[in-house]
Design a protein. Structure first.
Length: 144
């Protein structure tokens, strides 16, 4: 009889599956998950390249195109423009807002598939528990 798999297995397995699912969701648009994350971050407001890099750093892994390359693609599509208040800020253009809305509908459908058969309370509790576990590991690492 197989022993139950530990949480580390399920976290890594789910992460890999989510990456594949996002790739499949956006592939026909020539986009990846990082494109979505840039659009979604800028949809919340103007940001500098450094702010984008900081916001997206937890999601970037070795071997992926870097932020500048993905941002160049997003910009080449006409989805960004200089920010209004400062020249070094980036914002979504009107085309970028339209692209974000179109892609958001797909992402929402993908998220609904992931969360199927879970109540909002179960999802919130799962996120809370993972947050506590992450905090516990961070605190333990800080003492070493």
């Amino acid at each position: 009889m197989d022993a139950p798999k530990p949480i580390g297995y399920w976290l890594k397995h789910l992460h890999n599956l989510l990456e594949k699912q996002f790739d499949a969701t956006l592939a026909d648009l020539g986009l990846g998950r990082r494109h979505w994350q840039i659009l979604n971050t800028l949809a919340r407001g103007e940001a500098t390249r450094d702010e984008l890099a900081a916001a997206l750093a937890p999601f970037w892994t070795q071997g992926e195109p870097d932020l500048e390359r993905v941002l160049e693609d997003v910009t080449a599509r006409g989805w960004t423009r200089p920010g209004r208040s400062q020249r070094n800020l980036l914002a979504l253009s009107d085309e970028g807002r339209a692209a974000h809305a179109h892609i958001a509908a797909r992402v929402d459908a993908t998220r609904a598939a992931v969360l199927k058969d879970l109540t909002p309370e179960q999802y919130a509790e799962t996120v809370r528990i993972l947050s506590v576990m992450a905090g516990n590991v961070e605190a333990d690492l800080a003492t070493r």
